[in-house]
Design a protein around this ligand. Sequence first.
Ligand SMILES: Nc1nc2c(ncn2[C@@H]2O[C@H](COP(=O)(O)OP(=O)(O)OP(=O)(O)O)[C@@H](O)[C@H]2O)c(=O)[nH]1
Ligand SMILES: [Mg+2]
Length: 310
Amino acid sequence: MNQHSHEEDRAADARGDFRCGTVALLGRPNVGKSTLMNRVIGAKVAIVTPKPQTTRHRILGIYTDEARQIVFVDTPGIHKGRARLNKNMVRTAFAAAEEADVLVIMQDVSRPLDAATRALILRFADGSLPQPRIHVLNKVDRVRKDALLPRLDELRRLDANAAAWVPVSAKKGEQVPALLDEITRHLPAQPPLYDPDWFTDQSQRQLAAEYVREQVFLAMQQEIPFQTAVDVEAFREEGERLEIDAVILVGAERHKPMLIGKGGERLKMIGTRAREGLERLLGRRVRLHLWVKVDPGWFDKPAKLHELGL
Ligand SMILES: Nc1nc2c(ncn2[C@@H]2O[C@H](COP(=O)(O)OP(=O)(O)OP(=O)(O)O)[C@@H](O)[C@H]2O)c(=O)[nH]1
Ligand SMILES: [Mg+2]
């Protein structure tokens, strides 16, 4: 995925100045964590939608060049939610933070600094986790530059001991190289942890489930996406082509006809778009079969969540 030579990797490695470590991407839902990771990796390894609570798992995105390997750990947005699924998502985010070498705490500067964002910043600012904190002010493409200064001032007061504050646009790529350099400064000197050719820890099977879920999030409204999960039941290679059978699990009986749509049109559209995205990502033909199953309240059932890796 990334253009670099293995010889250069080995050279930096041999000099002992190669840097490598993990960076947890933390923040409220919808601030752009997954967008940033995809931008750095140059591929859609984590799904992105305009709806909050898109990411549910901890997802690795591995960036390697001649001098460093930055292992991004994308996490679910930190939010309050009563269902077990929501609590598990938030637990996943905090667990990722504990294990990382560097914390990137992201916010959306196109929105006011609300109480929940403030509370999240303060939660890390107390230094209960010892790692360096880099605050990322995302979506600068949506604000006037002079509006950033008061925001920066306020953040510096909230977390005076942070390592850096970096305004970026994950969507446009603005200031992303500067952010990578800032992160690199805080990484330990050590050889790469992952094969430089790898860019994510997800299997093609997991990516397929996520790509379908992305299309469900984009196509459906109200509570439906939040009560939907995707489970790949069969995954096999037929020559060059991938054959994938996936079940879309919905949380209520009445969601099923809405997801399928008139004459099956909506489900067909979800399948087509997910398949096209997967074909682009994997560079091979895909045949995708989708079914819809109802499991009332699955998002509160420990056994079901476990089965889905949630
Ligand atoms: N204008 C603008 N939009 C952005 C930027 N970064 C992300 N977005 C949009 O913000 C929305 C949310 O992006 P995600 O990357 O899914 O956000 P997230 O933080 O991963 O969200 P969760 O997974 O729900 O926690 C999407 O519609 C993105 O296109 C940015 O720099 N500028
Ligand atoms: Mg996300």
